[in-house]
Write a protein that binds this ligand. Structure first.
Ligand code: FES
Length: 104
């Protein structure tokens, strides 16, 4: 499903969207677009308030980071990795695989 315009992602590095009631982030780092869950797996901080650098999404609460390519968390944290979802750009829109976010 289309979740935001390409233009919006150009203006903001992190865009919050809602897919079937779940918070999802669309994140751009360089030329690559990622989609991931919005709540930090550690203690559910809002990752949209974090920052992106070098393919890493940094949590605003405890400053741990997640590798956007594979979801892994910075070493030493007792938490699972970040859930990521397929995302792509087409026709000036950003599309995510809604079925990967909310399986039927
Ligand atoms: S809530 Fe994100 S690292 Fe703790």
């Amino acid at each position: 499903m289309a979740v935001c315009s390409r233009e919006r992602l150009t203006e903001q590095t992190i865009v919050c969207v809602n897919v079937a009631g779940l918070g999802v982030l669309i994140v751009q780092d360089g030329e690559t677009i990622y989609a991931c869950e919005r709540a930090c797996p550690h203690e559910q901080a809002d990752l949209s308030l974090g920052r992106v650098a070098d393919r890493r999404l940094h949590c605003p609460r405890h400053l741990a980071w997640f590798d956007l390519a594979d979801g892994s968390m910075s070493p030493g944290w007792p938490s699972r990795g970040l859930r990521r979802y397929p995302a792509r750009e087409s026709d000036a829109q950003i599309w995510v695989d809604a079925q990967a976010i909310v399986p039927k």
